[in-house]
Design a protein around this ligand. Structure first.
Ligand code: KDO
Length: 334
């Protein structure tokens, strides 16, 4: 076939169109994934997303973290994702329980036994209806479970000033808990008087004495420097706490299958990386806090466990738990 000016022009145009389409598809504007968390940039969950998740998706998405609740207030992230003002967060079951009461089963004291149990539960089919509801009704996809750690009671008083062995010893203690109802319930179940307060205000509240204490895992107590303004940690392990890597369903649905696979693996890899770092920190931080002069000791764990479990099982919260799920969760433990 001889190439005439006309056929050349036609083929060049077709080629140009093809290239622009191909180029357009390949060089689609990179998606910006705004992530908001109350955590600092040095918290191991933040580090894991920045160092593991971000590079893995860099081919088609720009990860844009916002720390210390600087973009969205703690507890408002899920609504922000639902409204398209945010793409990712390190969400909590307590925040989800505000929308879907059945999520309070994952916020109950002494239910999850350890990090491995959290992973087994999150990956079990029992979780599917929970995940589906969040996708369908909130437009949020829960990609992976992150390990926040074992929460312990952390007080401004020394053990000599207040020796905490049972929940009765927390009577009258003004214990800061995060804002949502599930957290307030946990504070009461521990025997304390819970005060709702954003995470970013806790250090100042402890230093001024406007609260008597707070509860968080050891890595958080270190990262947030709570040990500078408190004198004891009671190793209650009252909640083996978790977060979820929450992702915009609208953004997810706009990804190619390959991009979705990359995002899912990046979230799982980041969660596992953060989990291992948090576990390692928990192993070494008891000694660190003792070296800082804090009293760190185990209370009567049986007394705390029975008091907390009784509070949940006799609560209205438990009425929202789907039939049989607690037994399934327990069966997945060791
Ligand atoms: C907190 O406010 O104590 C808490 O631990 C609650 C968690 O769900 C999570 O929001 C966490 O803060 C932040 O990620 C800061 O560590």
């Amino acid at each position: 076939m001889t190439i005439t000016r006309r056929t050349f022009a036609t083929s060049a145009c077709a080629l140009g169109l093809a290239l622009s389409l191909a180029g357009g598809a390949l060089a689609q504007d990179a998606i910006t994934l705004r992530m908001s968390t109350p955590a600092s940039d040095t918290d191991q969950r933040s580090v894991a997303l920045a160092e593991v998740f971000a590079p893995a998706v860099a081919g088609f998405a720009t990860y844009e973290p916002h720390y210390n609740a600087s973009l969205i207030a703690q507890g408002s992230e899920l609504e922000a994702i639902a409204s398209g003002d945010l793409e990712m967060s390190i969400a909590s079951a307590q925040e989800l329980a505000q929308f879907f009461p059945e999520f309070s089963i994952f916020t109950a004291g002494y239910v999850h036994q350890d990090a491995a149990h959290q992973v087994a539960v999150f990956n079990d089919p029992l979780m599917d209806p929970f995940k589906q509801k969040v996708e369908d009704e909130l437009g949020v996809k829960l990609l992976s479970v992150m390990y926040l750690g074992r929460r312990h009671v952390n007080l401004r008083f020394s053990q000599a000033e207040k020796n905490v062995q049972t929940p009765a010893d927390l009577a009258g203690v003004n214990l800061r808990m995060p804002g949502s109802d599930a957290w307030q319930f946990l504070g009461k179940a521990l025997g304390a008087n819970p005060t709702p307060m954003a995470f970013t205000e806790v250090y100042t509240a402890l230093s001024t004495g406007s609260v008597d204490g707070q509860d968080n895992p050891l890595p958080t107590d270190k990262d947030a420097k709570f040990y500078e303004v408190t004198k004891q940690i009671v190793l209650t392990s009252h909640l083996v706490d978790l977060n979820y890597v929450a992702f915009s369903k609208a953004v997810w649905d706009g990804l190619t299958p390959e991009q979705q696979e990359t995002v899912q693996k990046a979230a799982d890899d980041a969660a596992e990386s953060g989990r291992q770092k948090q576990l390692a920190l928990e192993d070494e931080l008891v000694q660190f806090f003792k070296d800082q002069g804090l009293d760190v000791y185990e209370p009567d764990l049986a007394a705390f466990r029975s008091h907390v479990q009784e509070a949940y099982l006799s609560s209205d919260l438990a009425k929202d738990w789907p039939e049989g799920v607690l037994d399934q969760i327990n069966a997945l433990g060791n």
